[in-house]
Design a binder for this molecule. Structure first.
Ligand code: PEP
Ligand code: MN
Length: 358
């Protein structure tokens, strides 16, 4: 269960809440306090919200709300923030309605390449620039990325184009340096359960893009998000990027059902990466559009000014024109869905709503 504590509660009053819950949990190990989107909360995942305990807690002046949250990830659970979390990055909002498209190359390769990519991403309608500088490559002989100088090039290109930037960080020790330069920190699929890294990005003061492990269950993924939230970072964006399937026809198996499912389980925004999910450039746009139709809050897409020259993941990298078409279609799909919802609410004239249904 989670206890939302009143903002004006004194230190003694907060301690009283902790004491009561610790006694119930049989020790203090599983009772933690953190700042969240819902305010300052005390979290006791193992506490059964028995009627007597709920009564005792509700009677305390410090307690604003008792959230029964039965899920093992109480801070990520939908119950804590029923209206959903909006994560803002500069002027961009994830989870506020309009789909947000992030685009850029798999890897930052040079100043010239990332600057051209940034301009192309912006002109196509993308709102953030991506680019990997610390690359988690399966082979130690493959291009490993430019490291911190690559993050600097990315930040400079983003600033010149007016786009915030997102990049992957793999080591807890490098989190502060990358957080200095990047607007959003990406935790990659292979590191979804790198717990020291999750804790480090939880303390970094930057929004986190948490990719799903390629063999992770939804519960494991939400527990990974919980690590970040428990450190006091409320700005977590989940990213479905495909899970390992049995068929090599596509690189991974895109689990689009997880998008509407996550809506019921968590308040965190959800985006989709159709590039790593499919591994094929011809499938990126159709699956990107499908993700928006399934309710995703945005996409992260690999785009290169010259896809055939990309140093990594060229098979799944689209060109700027394809990106521009994809962005337009994403907005068209979102608008069609919004229009239909408005029709259900009776906000549009009947003849228009009827037309939309045909
Ligand atoms: C990436 O986005 O560059 C990447 C390596 O993705 P993933 O962690 O999903 O494989
Ligand atoms: Mn890639």
């Amino acid at each position: 269960m989670v206890i939302v504590v009143r903002e004006d509660a004194s230190a003694d009053e907060r301690a009283e809440v902790m004491r009561l819950l610790s006694a119930q949990a049989g020790g203090s190990a599983s009772v933690t306090a953190s700042r969240t989107r819902a305010g300052y909360v005390v979290c006791a995942p193992e506490c059964v919200p028995a009627a007597k305990l709920v009564r005792q807690l509700t009677a305390l002046r410090a307690v604003a709300r008792v959230v029964p949250a039965a899920a093992p990830y109480p801070l990520a659970s939908r119950e804590l923030v029923p209206d959903g979390t909006v994560v803002t990055v500069g002027a961009v909002s994830f989870g506020a309605g309009a789909p947000v498209i992030i685009a850029g190359p798999c890897s930052v390769e040079s100043a010239e390449q990332i600057e051209a990519a940034a301009r192309a991403a912006r002109d196509a309608g993308a709102r953030l620039l991506r680019g990997g500088a610390f690359k988690p490559r399966t082979s130690p002989y493959a291009f490993q990325g430019l490291g911190l100088p690559g993050v600097e090039l990315l930040a400079r290109a983003g600033a010149a184009a007016g786009l915030p930037v997102v990049t992957e960080v793999m080591e807890p020790g490098l989190v502060p340096a990358v957080a200095e330069l990047a607007d959003v920190l990406q935790v990659g699929s292979r590191n979804m359960q790198n717990f020291p890294l999750l804790r480090a990005v939880g303390r970094a003061g930057r929004p986190v893009l948490l990719k799903r492990g390629f063999a992770a269950t939804i519960e494991e993924w939400l527990l990974a998000a919980e690590y970040i939230l428990a450190e006091g970072n409320p700005d977590v964006i989940l990213c479905e990027r495909g899970v390992r399937g049995f068929d090599p026809a596509t690189r991974n198996l895109l689990d689009l059902a997880c998008v509407p499912l996550l809506r019921t389980l968590t308040h965190l925004p959800v985006i989709v990466d159709p590039s790593h999910a499919t591994g094929r450039r011809d499938l990126v746009a159709p699956m990107g559009v499908a993700a928006i139709a399934a309710g995703a809050d945005g996409l992260i897409v690999e785009m290169h000014p010259r896809p055939d020259d990309a140093l990594s993941d060229r098979e799944q990298t689209i060109d700027p024109d394809t990106l521009a078409r994809l962005v337009r279609r994403c907005h068209a799909v979102r608008a069609a869905l919004d229009h239909d919802t408005a029709g259900e609410r009776g906000d549009v004239p009947e003849e228009l709503a009827a037309g939309a249904g045909r």
